[in-house]
Every structure is written in structure tokens, then in C-alpha cells.
Ligand binder design. Structure first.
Ligand SMILES: NC(=O)c1ccc[n+]([C@@H]2O[C@H](COP(=O)([O-])OP(=O)(O)OC[C@H]3O[C@@H](n4cnc5c(N)ncnc54)[C@H](OP(=O)(O)O)[C@@H]3O)[C@@H](O)[C@H]2O)c1
Length: 402
């Protein structure tokens, strides 16, 4: 109990902890009493300086209750939205105090009298504003959070190579895996020289069970604290025209391999009580994509797998995130047989994914992609989205595969 209390309070400045305790008291003791026990006739609530009484006060107490409960959560979990929300809410209280007292007294004197109760809240709003960095997303400290080694699949190019580079810069040793050994060896040498970390290259074809087993065998003696399931490929074209064996490989690399690797490595993470798993999904996982049907289905699989594991593993201190890029400038388009089109930078995509690890279950890269993934697919309904997507995908599909 003492250790738990120490853990809860040591992180933030004392005055923030004091306010957190006050908010907890309000959320769990005072507001329930105020809402359910206090006689309606005696109830009063003030919002933006407007005084609500009776049943209106009961109603306006609900957002107050929510505010206190959210504040406890925000302080405790150090949520980034607190950076703006805490000073804004306290400024609202200062304003309310000022208007309330000024109106009670009236005239010029009222302005003066109103200032007194508002001043402590103005000071507190300023203190929160000055301390807003405390709520900023924590800088990467992957090695402290997850342990000495990361495994990155699909590290020979594109997003995987960028992820490996950023993980190594953060001090973690990295196992680099893919099929093209020369590329992995070059990257490994660069990382050792530039970042001073250890590396290991494990060549494995994840479209074969034997390749998945070889990779697991290759890391058996290492404490893998961060698993990056990034290897993946697409295959554009009308379903009956594309090569069936290529589709089988695609499903195995994009879906089976992440399941097999995660299942094998999560056991150690659980035992050690810490770990991280990143799945590279895609915005394609939100919308059924005609002419990329199998690919979008595999990415929907990755999204559901990752988000479900996020829910399952968070209590074991294992962070899971699904990174969902849109078009990114890598070798992906060439491998998938797509007509070339522009996209995000792979380094930027990797940065977004690593920053989201431990913050949220999934992250879409770029606001246009976010709209595509979350708004378009839901507002349009999936069949309509598929219809619209068909015309978009047709522009990226070579004529002989339409
Ligand atoms: N680029 C995009 O527009 C985009 C958009 C959304 C999502 N994504 C996802 O991002 C991830 C990375 O793709 P990328 O854009 O970086 O493309 P990329 O440059 O083509 O990289 C794909 C990586 O996967 C590896 N890989 C492919 N088949 C493999 C196999 N059978 N066994 C082992 N490794 C294999 C490749 O290595 P080897 O060829 O050396 O084996 C390569 O390192 C994929 O999961 C992809 O679905 C990409």
C-alpha cells in the first residue's frame, strides 16, 4: 500500500497531487452526495458565473461530476489533453467567481470585489499553463520501458527500416529480420556505428511456417521486450486475375506471422511484467478495397488483433498499438504492382507509431487518412465506401489487372 501511494504521488509536483486528491474527493464523495442526497431546494451550481438553482442545479451538477472524474483520470494517467483542459477549466472557474461576486455587489466596486475570489484561480490557471509540458507525451525511453532488445520484421526497407533506426536511436538493441540479407547487414552495421547498439540479423521468409520458426529460433536466447510486426505486402488487381499463391503468401505474412510471433514472444513479456507490441496495419483495414480485397481484409485482421490485444494485455503492462499509415513512399507500391502515387515519408510514419505506443490502441497517420478511416467509412456505410473505393483503386491498378 505504501509503495502504491508512493507510486501514485511521486510523479507530479505536490500542488498537482493535492488538486488530484481534491478532485478525487469531489468525484467520489462530494458530488454523489450533492446529486443524490442534497435537497433539491438547497442546491446551487455556478457555470460561467451563472447561478443555477433547484432541478437546474441538479442537472448542471452532472457535468461538474464528469469534470472531477476526468481530472482524476487525467492527473493519474498523465493524459496529454490535460495540458490545455486543466488551465482552461480553472480559468473558467476564475471567470465564474469574478462574474458571480461582481454581479452580487454591483457597480464599479463589484468589479473590484469580484477580483479577490478570482485571483487564486487565475494564479492556478497560470501554474497549470506553465506546467503543461508535464502532460506532453513522454519522450521515447523504449529501453527503460521494454528492456534491452527489439525485434523488427520487414526491416530491410521502408517503414520497418525507419522503425528499426528510431528504436536503435533510443538505445535498444535490434534484431532485424526480412529475406534480403545484404540490406539487413548494411542497416545493422549503420545502427551499430551510429547508435552504439548491438544488432542481430535473422533472415527469414515469413510466408513459410519454417521461416517463422527460424526467426523464433534466432531470437530464443534474447529478451525481446518490443516486437514490431511490420513485414507485409499487398497485391493489387482483380481477385480472379491475381496469382493465388501470391495471395496465400500475403495472408500468411500479414496475418499468420504476427499471430505466431506475438503468441511466442508475449509469454516472456508477461513473465517480465513489461513489453511492447506494434502492428503495422493500414487505413486500408477500415475500408473494404475492391482490387486490393485480400490486402484490406488482412489489415482489418491486424487492426482487430492489435486492438483486442491492447485490451487484453494492458493490465499486464504490455503496450500494444496498431500503426495505420495511408500511402507511404516505400517499395510497397512496386511490390504490390500498384501504379506509383505519392505518400507520406516513412520516417514520419515510424515516428507517429512509436509515439503512440503506450498512449492509444491504434493511430492513423495524417488527418486526411484519419478522415478516410474514421469518418468516410462510417458515414458512408461499408458497401457505399467499397463502391467509392473501387473507382479510387482502379486508378492505381494496371489496365491488364482490371
Ligand atoms: N507503403 C504504404 O503505402 C503502406 C501503407 C499502409 C500500410 N503499409 C504497411 O507497412 C508495412 C511495411 O511496408 P512498407 O511500406 O515499408 O513496404 P516495403 O518497403 O515493401 O517493406 C516491406 C517489408 O516487408 C518484408 N517482407 C515482405 N515479404 C516478406 C516475407 N515473405 N518474409 C519476410 N519479410 C517480408 C520486406 O523484406 P524482404 O523483401 O527483404 O523480405 C520489407 O522489409 C507493411 O505491413 C504494409 O502493409 C504500407
Amino acid at each position: 500500500m505504501r509503495e502504491w501511494l508512493y507510486d501514485v504521488f511521486r510523479e507530479r509536483p505536490w500542488w498537482m497531487s493535492a488538486i488530484m486528491v481534491f478532485c478525487a474527493f469531489m468525484a467520489f464523495v462530494y458530488m454523489p452526495w450533492d446529486l443524490f442526497m442534497k435537497p433539491v431546494a438547497q442546491d446551487e451550481e455556478v457555470w460561467f458565473g451563472i447561478v443555477f438553482r433547484g432541478s437546474w442545479a441538479k442537472l448542471m451538477a452532472l457535468p461538474h461530476w464528469f469534470v472531477y472524474a476526468a481530472a482524476v483520470y487525467g492527473f493519474r494517467r498523465r493524459r496529454p489533453w490535460m495540458a490545455f483542459w486543466a488551465p482552461a477549466y480553472v480559468a473558467q472557474v476564475a471567470f465564474s467567481m469574478f462574474v458571480w461576486r461582481a454581479a452580487q455587489t454591483g457597480g464599479l466596486a463589484g468589479l473590484f470585489v469580484g477580483l479577490f475570489p478570482a485571483l487564486p484561480f487565475i494564479a492556478l490557471a497560470v501554474a497549470f499553463w506553465n506546467a503543461r509540458d508535464y502532460f506532453a507525451p513522454r519522450p521515447l525511453a523504449l529501453v527503460t520501458r521494454f528492456g534491452p532488445w527489439a525485434l523488427v520484421t520487414g526491416a530491410s526497407s521502408g517503414i520497418g527500416a525507419s522503425l528499426a533506426r528510431q528504436i536503435a536511436r533510443d538505445g535498444m538493441n535490434v534484431v532485424l529480420s526480412a529475406r534480403r540479407e545484404e540490406r539487413l547487414a548494411t542497416l545493422a552495421a549503420d545502427l551499430e556505428r551510429e547508435c552504439g547498439v548491438e544488432t542481430r540479423v535473422v533472415v527469414a521468409d515469413l510466408s513459410e511456417r519454417s521461416g517463422q520458426a527460424a526467426l523464433l529460433e534466432g531470437v530464443r536466447d534474447l529478451e525481446i521486450g518490443l516486437l514490431v510486426n511490420n513485414a507485409g505486402l499487398g497485391c493489387i488487381g482483380r481477385f480472379d486475375l491475381v496469382d493465388g499463391e501470391q495471395l496465400r503468401r500475403l495472408v500468411t505474412v500479414n496475418c499468420e506471422a504476427p499471430v505466431v510471433l506475438t503468441h511466442a514472444l508475449v509469454q516472456g513479456m508477461r513473465e517480465r511484467g513489461r513489453g511492447g507490441i506494434l502492428f503495422t496495419g493500414s487505413v486500408a483495414g477500415h475500408i473494404p478495397l475492391p482490387l486490393h480485397a485480400v490486402y484490406s481484409a488482412t489489415k482489418a485482421f491486424d487492426l482487430f488483433l492489435g486492438e483486442a490485444l491492447w485490451g487484453e494485455l494492458r493490465a499486464s503492462n504490455i503496450d500494444v498499438v496498431v500503426l495505420e499509415p495511408g500511402s507511404t513512399e516505400t517499395e510497397f507500391q512496386e511490390v504490390a504492382g500498384e501504379i506509383a502515387h505519392s505518400g507520406h515519408d516513412a520516417d514520419e510514419v515510424a515516428r507517429v507509431g512509436l509515439a503512440a505506443l503506450g498512449q492509444q490502441p491504434s493511430v492513423v497517420v495524417g488527418w486526411m487518412n484519419w478522415i478516410r478511416a474514421n469518418v468516410a467509412s462510417r458515414l458512408l456505410t461499408r458497401p457505399i465506401a467499397a463502391h467509392v473505393a473501387h473507382s479510387v483503386m482502379a486508378k492505381q491498378t494496371p489496365e491488364d489487372l482490371l
